[in-house]
Write a protein that binds this ligand. Structure first.
Ligand code: UDX
Length: 438
């Protein structure tokens, strides 16, 4: 069995490392951040992802999983090196910042003295893999024997372990039969379980990932565009989504209208995709993604507008209890979170905002230190003129509107995720408002 390494210990890297250990491989994880490695080595996952911490603990115990900060140790240990570092949006630019990808390859290459496969998993602009392969060929002592492959990752935060052990498909971009055979060996259990294994060239593998994310973002913005029309026409976008979703060619999933998409992937990936298409002379092909982005950002503005209306036309001095800070439930990730962006806007416009999230409080406070945070949903909503539901955590869906009604100043709720049951809230005496519904 090949020995595996995983470079980069964010959401993707830790999940991949623990899941590969679960598949029976000996895995060495690496990060340049010493404090992260110390925490991981002690069995502590530095972010919230369901099922991940027990899996890391299990394989620290089994001895199949270890962590290091040394490139040298990584190169010595591994036959297959997965690179799992982030590609955030550049500051002041739509494009992807490849600093971490380049740093990892530059750190690893000089230590690669024997045949091995370096497998990129990050979401990158098309053409990156070809460039990195050339870098390895010219900078690794092993030369041609240090090969590259591209194996994009499609996991969703909140379902990372499940999506890694039971992915919809595996996509590998390779340039040789040896690289393909190595990856078939790594993923043998998944292939045997019937997971489709698709072999492509580098460029196609890179594009599959951004195309998938562009499609998902477009689907969400499509239904949010319909929500805008529904608002103008007095129609109900959730009923509309149910009805069109019955057509299997359309499908009901990812048709939830509301505050729109955020997180560390969809927003920056569609922007980087547009930027890269521009560099390739194919900008026109993706101008629609500008609209996808614009529709998405308009939902945040609309939510602030509706909040102002619900507060009687002015936000100054109004108390707003905000339920949610993470960009989606079952995650503590607040990167480009629509929830926090709206909370921040409301505060800027003079509202007294109090935020509660079941898991993302620390990350939210680090990113938006000026917002007020409450220790529970009830505390966030105490005395509120408006309750704003912005992240559809199960905890919020389970709230008894009668009980919450006891502590608020006014029983007015704006459900910016269309996730609560309007009848239940109205029966408890609340004014229920949402996006895209009368
Ligand atoms: C996404 C892709 O789903 C995943 O395949 C890829 O690997 C990384 O990017 P993730 O960012 O974890 O995953 O979250 P996802 O579940 O896709 O949700 C993204 C955003 O869209 C969230 O803010 C969510 O609230 C929003 N969303 C999702 C909607 O507004 N409506 C929907 O119907 C679905």
């Amino acid at each position: 069995m090949p020995r595996l390494t995983v470079l980069g210990t964010g959401y993707l890297g830790v999940t991949h490392a623990a899941c590969m250990a679960e598949l029976g491989f000996d895995v060495l994880g690496m990060d340049v951040d010493e404090s992260k490695i110390a925490r991981l080595s002690a069995g502590e996952v530095p972010f919230y992802e369901p099922d991940l911490e027990p899996l890391v603990a299990k394989h620290l115990d089994s001895g199949k999983l270890r962590f290091t900060t040394s490139y040298e140790e990584i190169a010595e240990f591994g036959d297959v090196h997965f690179t799992c570092v982030g590609t955030p949006q550049k500051r002041g630019d739509l494009g992807a910042d490849l600093t971490q990808v380049d740093a990892v390859i530059a750190g690893l290459a000089p230590h690669l003295r024997r045949p091995c496969l370096v497998v990129g998993k990050s979401t990158v602009p098309v053409g990156t893999a070809a460039r990195l392969a050339e870098y390895l060929r010219t900078h690794a002592p092993a030369g041609d024997a240090a090969e590259l492959a591209w194996n994009p990752e499609f996991l969703r935060e909140g379902f990372a372990v499940l999506d890694t052990l039971k992915p919809d498909r595996l996509v590998v971009g390779v340039r040789s039969a040896v690289a393909e055979a190595t990856l078939r060996e790594v993923y043998a259990d998944l292939i045997d379980a019937g997971i489709p294994f698709l072999v492509t060239d580098f460029a196609t593998a890179e594009l599959v990932k951004v195309a998938a994310n562009a499609f998902l973002a477009t689907k969400i913005s499509f239904i949010n565009a319909m929500a805008e029309v529904c608002e103008a026409a007095g129609a109900d976008v959730t009923a509309l989504a149910d009805a069109i979703g019955h057509d299997p060619r359309i499908g009901r999933r990812f048709l939830n209208a509301g505050l729109g998409f955020g997180g560390g992937c969809l927003p920056k990936d569609i922007r980087a995709f547009m930027a890269r298409a521009g560099e390739l002379g194919a900008a026109e092909a993706l101008t629609f993604l500008r609209e996808v982005d614009a529709i998405n950002m308009r939902r945040r503005v609309r939510t602030v507008e509706l909040a102002r209306e619900a507060c009687g036309g002015a936000l100054l001095g109004r108390r707003i209890g905000v339920l949610g800070a993470a960009f989606k439930p079952n995650s503590d990730d607040v990167r480009d979170s629509p929830a926090l962006s709206v909370a921040g806007q409301l505060q800027l416009q003079g509202a007294l905002v109090s935020v509660y999230d079941p898991k993302a409080m620390d990350n939210a406070a680090a990113l938006f230190p000026t917002l007020a945070y409450a220790p529970s949903a009830v505390d966030a909503c105490r005395g509120a003129d408006l309750v704003l539901h912005v992240t559809e955590w199960p905890e919020f869906l389970a709230i008894d509107p009668a009980v919450l009604g006891e502590v608020v100043g006014s029983r007015v709720i704006l459900d910016a995720r269309n996730a609560l049951d309007p009848d239940r809230w109205r029966e408890a005496g609340w004014t229920y408002r949402s996006l895209g519904r009368p």
